[in-house]
Design a binder for this molecule. Structure first.
Ligand code: DC
Length: 456
């Protein structure tokens, strides 16, 4: 079951624009249910079905097959195998959709499809009856409105840009008519769910509205989780659910210098060692991921960073920052932050979450200390706590080489398939739960480490 966010509201309130922005930011699937009604309407219009006859529309429905597909993250609506995403955006189809969506047979026809998508994905779904009928148990419900005149202005600009010749007055009349139809129909009329948060977007830009909704969603999701996860035992860590906001761009200047540094260090490392990277296709192109690796040497963070575009952050013993200046500068440039041993790990966990929120990747060595003989230790549970709190993918990494690092030593660094956030959920920070999750991560790492290093 995915996380479900429902956004309902009248035509032109900005639902689709804002839901799309939020979905991109949160990496959720965006589902525009209005497009489904539009596809049915388009089918009826093309087949000259009488839109005022529920009987005729119901009978014709069996000939329509509606599906959603995603292309480069954008939703496409497929009607009987044909992509109709663009053809359904005309005023004629808007009106026809408003008419057919009032018919129970049409709503029933599209109901199962909407529920199925919501069950299988983390989604942001917009429509008229999502919070009330389709997803009554949605994790977050928002009712987005705006004054009719403002909505008409937005729609008018949108249509003019597309070359449509409708006047502002016509668009406003259309909006008023559709509002009336949508709120007065018998089946699933447009109305705010009792537990929905109402947001009026009049006078707000899309960015401002999106930010407002984002804050509401974060707050609601944060409130939901800890309640389930009240620490029970005395020794449990407190558990804060802090889902990471994805898509945060790192400073371009920093990125530029990082890229240069990475090229230079890559060259140095390639000369010094016989480097082999495997599974590079498993490395996400963007940041906000945890790379959990076995720990063999001080070179490990750099080895993981070399094939990765987005800079890393990693915890390092405070003592390392007091060693030689060159080494300190190098690990700092590669994102190291100090952890004071014995101070408890709360600060390190908070710091890790903060780095992830800023858009960095995070390297964690769950074993804590380096393994001299190459065997993988049991690992500590901190990695599980961070992964569960941040809800970001964990990419397991296995580093293998014979004995110790020497000039031209063969090093194999393997990146495994990302473990998805859905697989990294816990309901409490109880040691047993954390241990279970940690074991999943440690197993994934162990599978990537060469068992017989002498063969390398
Ligand atoms: O959001 P939109 O303008 O693309 O929606 C087209 C029509 O479909 C609109 O008049 C109302 C209807 N609709 C609905 O009844 N229920 C939904 N969940 C979504 C849209």
């Amino acid at each position: 079951m995915g996380i479900n966010i429902a956004i309902d509201g009248p035509s032109g309130a900005g639902k689709s624009t804002i839901a799309k922005m939020l979905a991109a930011k949160m990496r959720y699937v965006y589902v525009d249910t209005g497009a489904l009604y539009r596809a049915v309407a388009y089918f009826m219009v093309k087949n000259s079905t009488d839109l005022h006859s529920e009987e005729a529309v119901s009978a014709a429905l069996s000939g329509a097959s509606v599906a959603l597909a995603y292309q480069d993250g954008a939703q496409r609506v497929i009607l009987n195998g044909e992509d109709v995403s663009d053809s359904i955006r005309t005023p004629e189809i808007s009106m026809a959709a408003s008419a057919v969506s009032a018919m129970p047979a049409v709503r029933e026809f599209l109901f199962a499809l909407q529920q199925k998508i919501a069950k299988e994905n983390n989604i942001i779904m917009d429509g008229r009856d999502i919070g009330t009928v389709v997803l009554p148990h949605a994790d977050v419900k928002i009712f987005l409105t705006a004054d009719a005149e403002e909505r008409a202005r937005r729609r008018f600009l949108e249509l003019s840009e597309k070359g449509d010749s409708s006047t502002y007055e016509e668009v406003l009349a259309d909006i008023n008519q559709r509002d009336y139809n949508d709120t007065h129909r018998k089946t699933a009329p447009l109305k705010k769910a009792d537990d929905a948060v109402e947001v009026n977007s009049t006078g707000l830009t899309a960015e401002q509205s999106s930010q407002k909704l984002f804050e509401i969603i974060q707050e609601k999701l944060n409130l939901k989780k800890p309640e389930k996860s009240k620490p029970e035992a005395k020794h449990t860590h407190s558990f804060d659910f802090k889902p990471v906001r994805r898509g945060v761009k790192l400073n371009p200047v920093k990125m530029f210098f990082y890229r240069i540094l990475r090229s230079i260090v890559t060259l140095v490392y390639k000369i010094t060692y016989d480097l082999h990277f495997e599974g590079k296709e498993n490395i996400p192109k963007d940041g906000c991921n945890i790379f959990a690796s076995n720990h063999r040497s001080y070179a490990d963070p750099v080895l993981i960073a070399l094939p990765t575009r987005v800079p890393f952050s990693f915890m390092a013993k405070e003592e390392l920052f007091q060693s030689n200046i060159f080494f300190t500068a190098l690990i700092k440039a590669f994102g190291a932050f100090p952890v004071t041993r014995g101070k408890g790990d709360t600060a390190a966990i908070d710091m890790s979450l903060e780095r992830l929120q800023k858009g960095y990747n995070l390297v964690i060595f769950p074993e804590g200390t380096r393994s001299k003989d190459g065997t993988v230790g049991k690992g500590k549970t901190g990695v599980a706590l961070i992964a569960a709190a941040a809800q970001v993918p964990v990419i397991p990494v296995g580093i293998s080489f014979k004995e110790s690092l020497k000039f031209r030593r063969k090093i194999v660094v393997k990146f495994g398939k990302p473990i998805k956030p859905e697989e990294l959920s816990i309901t409490s920070a109880e040691p047993r739960e954390l241990k279970k999750l940690k074991t999943v991560i440690m197993q994934a790492i162990t599978e990537l480490v060469e068992t017989d290093v002498n063969k390398l």
